[in-house]
Design a protein around this ligand. Structure first.
Ligand code: ING
Length: 309
């Protein structure tokens, strides 16, 4: 049994006015609590240092860049990285990355128990739109503020297993999990910020959104025989509700833990990484069962093309 005690650290709302220092205090409290319960890995949400700013239309570079981090760790997050290293706890942290070349990504990093950054990921699937859309109840401007990720879906051997990461909308796309599954991933960790109501389909409410969220994480876990850890930023940010539903899903696709509040909340579970082996050696023994000669369209074609009428 390769036990990895994982903390899934949900954040409640971060208001637009809340300084990063206050958020880091909340992250530290969740880190300490996770360590107190024996965790050696803590998964924080997407864009964990600030409010979900892509809901706001902004034009000036200075106004936009104020939401981004120029290095990681940096002055405001170093106390968190230092404490995690002292406690011997690895961390998934989502944040907005501004590179020295001026490129912007929705990014996550993974540190090991020695506090070293061992993996970096940049969000590939960016939902929403680029220009202000007056028809929407609220904006979702990730395509305006971020470039699609350019690192692929890498995995790393760390924390006693094969670790992988993705971010929010990525969890809805089977390709995300499968590319990591083809690298033997045993833990896919992700943070998310998901509105409780659809900015376009007024009918779809929180329950439908939670159903699709659970479905996406459970199918990704089951179809690639991996643990999936999903940490929400939840609650009402400046009047905009985000649903919770932080999850720990086992390699059979079963939800073993789910958050109950829309506040800062910690889930902890002793994940046996050896439980990934059964699926990988039987029903999802990719080498034995996959027929790649028939899968060409998946990478050759972006949009669907139906046969002519
Ligand atoms: N948020 C949402 C998500 O994928 C979304 C966007 C909501 C897409 C609902 C589709 C339906 O969970 C982010 N940040 O990707």
């Amino acid at each position: 049994m390769r036990k990895l005690v994982i903390g899934c650290a949900q954040l409640g709302p971060i208001q637009k006015s809340e300084p990063r220092e206050m958020v880091v205090t909340r992250l530290m409290a969740l880190l300490e609590k996770a360590h107190g319960q024996g965790a050696t890995l803590v998964v924080f949400p997407e864009l964990a240092l600030t409010t979900f700013f892509p809901r706001w239309y902004m034009e000036g570079d200075a106004e936009v860049d104020a939401w981004f981090e120029r290095e990681m760790p940096n002055a405001v997050t170093r106390p968190l990285f230092d404490r995690a290293r002292e406690l011997g706890v690895g961390m998934y942290l989502g944040y907005a990355e501004l590179t020295p070349e001026g490129r912007r990504f929705n990014t996550s990093i993974l540190t090991n128990t020695a506090g070293e950054i061992v993996l970096k990921y940049r969000k590939v699937h960016l939902p929403g739109h680029v220009e202000f859309d007056p028809d929407r109840a609220f904006q979702h401007l990730e395509k305006r503020y971020f470039e699609p990720g350019d690192l692929g879906f890498p995995v790393a051997r760390a924390l006693g297993g094969v670790m992988g990461m993705c971010i929010c909308n990525d969890r809805r796309w089977p390709e995300t999990y499968r590319v990591m599954g083809l690298q033997g991933v045993e833990v896919v960790m992700l943070g998310f910020n998901t509105p409780s109501v659809n900015s376009q389909k007024a009918s779809e409410g929180p329950e439908a959104r939670l159903f699709h969220h659970r479905l996406s994480c459970q199918s990704g876990a089951y179809q690639n025989s991996t643990w999936v850890i999903a940490a929400a930023k939840a609650g009402v940010e400046d009047g905009h509700p985000l649903f919770a539903g932080s999850l720990i899903v086992d390699p059979d696709g079963q939800i073993v833990a789910e958050s109950e509040t829309e506040e800062d909340e910690l889930l902890v579970h002793a994940c046996d990484l050896d439980r990934c082996a059964f699926g990988k050696d039987t029903i999802f023994d990719f080498a034995r069962h996959r027929r790649v000669e028939h899968y060409g369209l998946i990478t050759q074609r972006a949009g669907a093309e139906a046969p002519p009428e």
